[in-house]
Design a protein around this ligand. Structure first.
Ligand code: NAP
Length: 287
């Protein structure tokens, strides 16, 4: 029997409805995005986030800055947004132009407004298992796993990819939920040996159909984070060969899986950041 499809589009819409209700309850929630330069893909991502934030009733500030701006000017802009009481969440679209030090920029973002969860303080809190702002993609994956009631406690989870924005936070979130976690990467020997052991397999690599059907354990839950452009059709395709649907019990499609969840969770993080910045009575409310 083919896998049950984990519908990220529908669940993402549900999360966005929840966020809209929270924004209405809070009265005002502000998200600022910073984009430096002209990278077309980055423009698309920022415009999607801006549109989603506005639709959820947030005040969305769209700072589009020139590619040749200096690092000092960017840091000064971030400091201004950090100090701005009308902004609850700030995200800086990566990658940045080569002349700008990404590490310095990330560390300049106020951790309490870091809705991408990339500041070392937030990454460190996640590492320690403390509540914090977590990157949207792994957070969205956890929500999908919970929504489909995938057993995590005691499960063997294999994460392929160890980036700071997906693979590593994913591994920590699964570990927090008492899965037994293996992290694979480009130097892993005999990848299939690991993936075949996975009850829950998360592929976050960026290599078209790296995971073939015979690398998937029968009955596994498969989460495909990859977004790869097919050379001829220009369609977006995943890291997992769709043939794996015949072996998996649950699987995310590409597109329509992890992607729509990521944006929804960035909005949810903005609500979380807003609640943490409001008076105690509000901060203890749900979400
Ligand atoms: P990344 O920073 O490039 O990391 C890729 C990871 O894959 C690295 O850890 C790398 O290992 C590992 N890797 C590369 N080749 C491998 C191989 N042959 N076998 C095993 N591991 C291998 O990428 P990322 O930012 O995590 O993104 C991964 C993919 O997810 C991309 O396609 C990206 O577009 C997509 N993505 C989607 C969303 C979404 O919302 N749907 C969000 C974020 C990312 P090393 O560390 O050893 O180099």
């Amino acid at each position: 029997m083919p896998a049950t499809i984990i519908d990220g589009k529908a669940l993402g819409a549900k999360v966005r409805e929840e966020v809209t209700a929270s924004v209405a309850e809070l009265g005002h929630v502000g998200l600022a995005t910073i984009l430096v330069g002209d990278d077309p893909a980055s423009h698309i991502y920022i415009d999607l986030k801006q549109k989603a934030a506005t639709e959820a009733g947030m005040e969305a500030r769209d700072l589009k800055l020139p590619a040749d701006m200096s690092e000092e000017d960017l840091l000064a802009t971030i400091a201004e947004v950090n100090a701005d009481n009308g902004v609850d969440g700030l995200l800086v679209q990566l990658p940045l132009p080569d002349h700008i030090d990404e590490t310095r920029v990330i560390e300049a973002i106020a951790p309490a407004k870091d809705v991408d969860g990339i500041h070392p303080i937030n990454a460190g809190r996640l590492y320690l298992g403390r509540p914090t702002l977590v990157p949207g993609t792994p957070l969205g994956i956890m929500r999908m796993l919970d929504e489909y009631q995938i057993q995590l406690e005691g499960a063997r989870a294999v994460v392929v990819g160890r980036s700071a924005i997906v693979g590593k936070p994913m591994a920590h979130l699964l570990l927090q939920r008492n899965a037994t976690v293996t992290v694979c990467h480009s130097r892993t020997k005999d990848l299939a040996r690991h993936t075949l052991d996975a009850d829950v397999l998360v592929a976050a690599v960026g290599r078209l159909h790296l995971i073939s059907p015979d690398m998937v354990r029968a009955g596994a839950t498969v989460i495909d984070v990859g977004m790869n452009r097919d050379g001829s059709s220009r369609r977006v395709l995943g890291d997992v060969d769709p043939g794996a649907m015949e072996r998996a019990a649950y699987m995310t499609p590409v597109p329509g899986g992890v992607g729509p969840m990521t944006i929804a969770m960035v909005l949810q993080n903005t609500v979380t950041a807003a609640r943490l910045r409001k008076p105690a009575g509000v901060a203890t409310a749900k979400n």
